[in-house]
Write a new protein. Structure first.
Length: 133
């Protein structure tokens, strides 16, 4: 529900999710709202996230929402994080999504990543996911 609501009114959904007491549940609710918000308004969703304390869960919510819009948007966002944090920890989320479309699209996606460290991590994540399959 929260994700769908955020697709219609991201600011209101984020405000409602943020009104609960600080906890892991609150952060999860915010991540769900952010995921819905970014699928409809990526610029404002990214702007909102930049104003928050660093949160892996919120960043994952943003990336999950971006994947519904365009994998290039999510990959570009990941590459934009290179100067401020270690985006390698989020590569697996995109690799898993890409593998759901097949090995070919996942491999092409990984090979198109500009940063060599992210590219290597993407290929490693794909190999690991295939090995676990």
């Amino acid at each position: 529900f929260l994700e769908a609501w955020a697709g219609l009114d991201g600011h209101a959904a984020l405000e409602a999710a943020g009104a609960s007491e600080p906890s892991d549940d609150r952060e999860w609710l915010l991540a769900m709202a952010l995921s819905g918000f970014v699928s409809q308004d990526s610029e404002n969703a990214m702007s909102w996230l930049q104003q928050q304390d660093d949160s892996e869960m919120l960043t994952r919510g943003l990336i999950r929402g971006m994947l519904r819009v365009d994998v290039r948007l999510a990959t570009g966002y990941l590459e934009s994080l290179l100067d401020v944090e270690t985006p390698e920890r989020y590569v697996g989320d995109i690799a898993s999504f890409q593998l759901s479309n097949g090995i070919g699209p996942a491999k092409r996606w990984a090979q198109e990543i500009h940063d060599p460290i992210l590219r290597e991590e993407a290929l490693f994540q794909i190999a690991t996911l295939l090995e676990d399959f």
